[in-house]
Ligand binder design. Structure first.
Ligand code: UDP
Ligand code: MG
Length: 142
């Protein structure tokens, strides 16, 4: 099924000049970029985006890291875009990520782990509008 997902290239990936290489992996996997935006999140933005994790012990450090520098938000479209993006990303902890995944190749720690991807179509439907208005997104592929 053709679906959409939200990915974020996190501040570590942006500061290390990995934007192009990570987007290339998505495109090579037949995911189409249908929205793209670079911005620096305020701590309030990051808290709102990650509110599902607000009771986790890592919440404060996650918010601080995600607002520490520019990020690139991507809306991606393709066959099984949510699970495909998660497979390309690899495990949350880059030490546990399969070889060849984005996190194995570009991330250095569980907090600075290069990339975010929606974990379900339901969350993608919440996360895409967090960053993109309808007018900011490409219309569905033919
Ligand atoms: N995170 C962290 N420490 C942890 C677990 C998670 O810093 O012990 C951060 C990490 O950046 C992760 C984000 O919180 O990507 C969201 O956690 P989640 O479990 O949703 O992982 P993801 O879906 O990103 O793989
Ligand atoms: Mg998650």
């Amino acid at each position: 099924m053709i679906e959409r997902t939200l990915s974020i290239l996190k501040p570590d990936a942006v500061s290390k000049n990995h934007i192009g290489q990570i987007i290339a992996r998505f495109e090579k996997a037949q995911l189409k970029v249908v929205g793209l935006k670079m911005q620096t999140l305020t701590p309030e933005d990051a808290k709102a985006f990650y509110r599902i994790h607000q009771n986790q012990p890592f919440f404060e450090s996650l918010v601080s890291f995600m607002s520490s520098g520019p990020i690139v938000a991507l809306a991606l479209e393709g066959e099984n875009a949510v699970s495909k993006t998660r497979s390309l990303m690899g495990a949350t902890d880059p030490k546990k990520a399969d070889p060849g995944t984005i996190r194995a190749d570009f991330a250095e720690s569980i907090d600075a782990n290069a990339v975010h991807g929606s974990d379900s179509p339901e969350n993608a439907a919440i996360e895409i509008p967090f960053f993109f208005r309808t007018l900011d997104l490409v219309l569905s592929s033919p």
